[in-house]
Design a protein around this ligand. Structure first.
Ligand code: ARG
Length: 609
């Protein structure tokens, strides 16, 4: 037997090696049988009493090989039982093989992770690119809660993708082009309040826009114009042939001038974009979020006319009552890409955006972190993009809505305008203030500066974690008390677990206690903690695969629970020096894993709290 005596580098390398050996043993016995894979899977055991790893394949292979599962299991068992990482292996039930790994091997794996700059996360996607399109708020409007969720989830995904080796392009697809600009330009010229604009530019732009809408409606009523009723604020003005108010007529004229490159209108538009972006940037700085590119919709405008023509020529698009549409199999409606008046739409821009991304990055995946209401839009856009020949994986990373308590204490989706949804800054201020109060109460030794810093880290962390710790498809009832609670699956709980580990390390250092550079497993509690630490890379990979950050939160929450039990099971500072040194090293690994894991979610940790 050519068994290597060198230990495999990692748990996954060991699994692969054992899996290949087992497969080899079967194909030696049943040569040329196509049912035997090149590697049997070794899965994490479902219960501690089943060992560390389990082989279930013998049950599936029994039939094609015409054997009893337990006989196959016996072959598998003999092929791996002597491997240097295996302590023992046994056959269980109808034909499972349970594998128990040696403690020294688990300790060795943890040592590898400790020395690895990627913290044991395999660079499985090196050389591939992923584009993450997130945040993407609209100019001249405040970010709403959907943009905030997109910003938080998108930023976490960006970090996780980079951790598994992807080259990540983070793009903020700003809504900086659209019919609202004609109205804004008119309103700005007529009614601007300079002082208000200087104080709160987005607030003033929103006021101007709303004034336009109300005044225009009043004008229509007084002229007794017949008009269709519209939903939402971005009403579509394309009711060909209908009479229009003077206000609306001038907004359309200004929009047309803007789109034809009129200098004065472009200057105003640029101004709206600049002031809005400056506001958004303050929010991003507060959240610690950044982008690689901020192209925005306007960037693609020059390409739209020719793109529509090309799609018509290729038969991907067709004329329909003066407009141009792309039919989408299985969707309730076609994608509209040019209106009868010649203007282009959100979907047209998205097609041009995909085209540029494919050309510039050849990404393996493109993720759009946008709320559930845009599901149909992405279904349509992705369908047309595939017809255009783009074969990257295009994924709508959708998420549910967030509900806030209204005056009566009931949860409602509501809107910022109705006053029951806080603006982002108020939302963050609220979390930070709550966190400051809690920090003061919890630890009287903290200086004012420390309290402010803890409050910032905990407040922002709580908002992010509250979002990331649930499956993104769910709606969230936002409860500030729960988000900031020190108990349960919350950022403060995780941050406190970290700070406690750091405080133990400080105590040890102050008292001159030595720390080892590896763990020696002597107690079940130590083994449990080591085992859990080795699962970090799998949790990160799961998030990358599913684009669901809550899997990492679940892992970290569980790890924090295991370490909190550990304190009750074995002494650390009071242990005898050899065990103490080993445990101090082990706890340092836990601290690093928590810190690293939280940083992949965009969450910082305080050294004390
Ligand atoms: N600006 C859009 C909105 O606020 C989101 C854009 C998302 N990204 C995209 N490529 N469509 O609804």
């Amino acid at each position: 037997m050519s068994s290597s005596t060198v230990m495999p580098m990692s748990l996954s390398a060991a699994c692969a090696e054992l899996g290949r050996r087992a497969a080899q043993a079967l194909s030696d016995k049943f040569p040329g049988n196509a049912a035997i894979p090149t590697e049997l899977s070794l899965l994490p055991a479902s219960k501690p009493e089943f060992g560390d790893l389990q082989v279930n394949s013998c049950l599936q292979l029994a039939k094609p090989l015409g054997q009893k599962p337990r006989d196959l299991a016996q072959l598998v068992l003999s092929s791996i039982a002597e491997h240097p990482v295996v302590a023992k292996a046994e056959i269980a039930g109808p034909g499972y093989v349970n594998v128990f790994l040696k403690d020294e091997f688990l300790a060795h794996c943890l040592g590898q992770i400790a020395r690895d700059s990627h913290h044991g996360v395999e660079q499985l996607h090196a050389g591939k690119c992923v584009v993450v399109d997130y945040s993407s708020p609209n100019i001249a409007k405040p970010m709403h809660i959907g943009h905030i969720r997109s910003t938080i989830i998108g930023d976490a995904l960006k970090r996780v993708f980079a951790a598994v080796g992807y080259r990540v392009v983070a793009d903020n697809h700003l809504g900086d082009w659209g019919t609202q600009f004609g109205k804004l330009i008119v309103a700005y010229r007529l009614w601007l309040d300079e002082a208000a604009f200087a104080r709160d530019p987005i607030g003033e732009l929103v006021r101007l826009y709303q004034k336009f809408v109300t005044d225009e409606k009043a004008q229509a009523d007084s002229l007794k114009l017949q008009r269709p009723t519209h939903a939402g604020d971005d009403e579509d003005d394309d009711d060909a042939g209908a009479q229009v108010t003077p206000l609306l007529a001038s907004a359309r004229a200004e929009l047309a001038k803007l789109q034809q490159g009129d200098e004065e209108n472009l200057r105003l538009w640029k101004r709206f974009v600049t002031v809005s972006l400056a506001e958004f940037d303050k929010t991003y700085a507060r959240l610690g979020v950044s982008f690689d590119t901020v192209y925005g919709e306007s960037h693609y405008h020059p390409r739209l006319a020719s793109l529509v023509e090309e799609l018509l020529q290729k038969g991907i698009a067709e004329q329909s009552r003066g407009a141009v549409v792309c039919n989408v199999d299985g969707a309730p409606a076609p994608l509209l890409i040019r209106k009868a008046d010649g203007s282009f739409l959100y979907g047209t821009t998205d097609l041009a955006t995909i085209e540029q991304r494919m050309r510039d990055y050849q990404p393996e995946r493109v993720l759009y972190v946008v709320g559930i209401p845009q599901q149909l839009h992405f279904q349509q856009v992705f369908f047309v993009a595939r017809k255009m020949g783009f074969d990257s994986s295009l994924e709508h990373i959708s998420f549910g809505s967030m509900r806030f308590k209204d005056q009566d204490g009931n949860y409602a989706t509501g809107s910022t305008r109705k006053g029951n949804v806080p603006l982002l800054d108020e939302f963050l201020d609220m979390a930070t203030e709550h966190a400051a109060a809690a920090a003061k109460q919890k630890n009287a030794e903290l200086s004012d500066e420390e309290v402010a810093e803890v409050a910032r880290v905990v407040g922002i962390g709580a908002i992010k974690y509250n979002d990331l710790s649930r499956d993104r498809s769910q709606d969230i009832n936002f409860d500030i008390e729960k988000a900031l609670s020190l108990e349960g699956n919350t950022a403060p709980y995780m941050q406190y677990a970290y700070a406690r580990l750091r405080s133990i390390a400080r105590r040890a250092a102050t008292e001159g206690m030595a720390t080892a550079d590896a763990v020696t497993i002597t107690e079940p509690a130590e083994r449990r903690l080591v085992r859990r630490l080795l699962d970090f890379s799998a949790a990160v990979e799961t998030v990358a695969r599913t684009a669901r950050p809550h899997h990492l939160c679940e892992y970290l929450f569980d790890l924090a629970g295991v370490v909190s039990n550990f304190y009750n099971e074995v002494p650390v500072l009071k242990a005898e020096p050899t065990a103490r040194a080993s445990r101090l090293w082990l706890l340092d690994q836990v601290a690093q894993t928590l810190r690293h894991g939280l940083s992949l979610l965009g969450i910082s940790v305080p050294e004390r709290m």
